[in-house]
Structures are given as structure tokens and as C-alpha cells.
Design a binder for this molecule. Structure first.
Ligand SMILES: [Zn+2]
Length: 112
């Protein structure tokens, strides 16, 4: 069994959507690697799936891998997006600093 806290966090992380079809109804938190195969009851091994995808996904190891990839991919894109935002901000700051330095240099040369 997956602890309630882990289930909640898994759903929150997936924005309360099925990781395969993105629908938000009847979500079940499912083991990516089944318990029988030694899958731990941790967040990394928990994926929210709707009833339909849960049935489709079943015990198929190929789909299991695909499902795990969907989960990781979701996390990766979220991180990549925030990194891009930071980079854009730093670039703006750099440009601003260059403008200030140029303005300062102009001011100094006009005085000498
Ligand atoms: Zn689904």
C-alpha cells in the first residue's frame, strides 16, 4: 500500500491529472513498478492514473516504462521552464549593467 501522504503528493505533483491521458476524474495512485516486483511505496514509484488508463496499463512492462518516462518527463519540463525564466532575467540584468557602464564611461569622458 502507498501511504496517503505519498498518494497526495503524487497527485499534487501531477497537477491532479492522469499521467497518460491528463484527465482529472477517478484518479488512482498506482505503483509504477508493482509491489510484487519489489517496487517501493515512494513518490518516485507512484503515478496517478485514471481508471481507464489503469486498466490499459495493467501489468504490461512496456507500458510501465512508458508511464515512468511520462512522470519523469513532466518533472523535467517543469524544471527546465523555471531555468529558462531565470536565464532570461539574468540576461536582462546583464544588458542593464552594460547600459549603466556605458553611460558611466560616457559621463566620465565628457568631464575629462
Ligand atoms: Zn488516463
Amino acid at each position: 500500500m502507498i501511504p496517503e501522504g505519498v498518494k497526495l503528493e503524487a497527485k499534487r505533483r501531477a497537477h491532479y491529472q492522469c499521467v497518460i491521458c491528463r484527465q482529472t476524474k477517478f484518479l488512482h495512485v498506482h505503483h509504477i513498478l508493482p509491489q510484487e516486483a519489489g517496487g517501493p511505496a515512494t513518490l518516485d514509484n507512484a503515478a496517478p492514473l485514471c481508471v481507464e488508463c489503469h486498466d490499459l496499463y495493467g501489468g504490461d512492462p512496456t507500458k510501465r516504462k512508458w508511464c515512468a518516462r511520462r512522470v519523469t518527463f513532466g518533472g523535467r519540463t517543469a524544471r527546465a521552464r523555471s531555468r529558462t525564466a531565470t536565464t532570461a532575467l539574468l540576461q536582462k540584468f546583464d544588458a542593464l549593467q552594460t547600459t549603466w557602464q556605458r553611460a558611466g564611461a560616457r559621463w566620465r569622458s565628457s568631464r575629462s
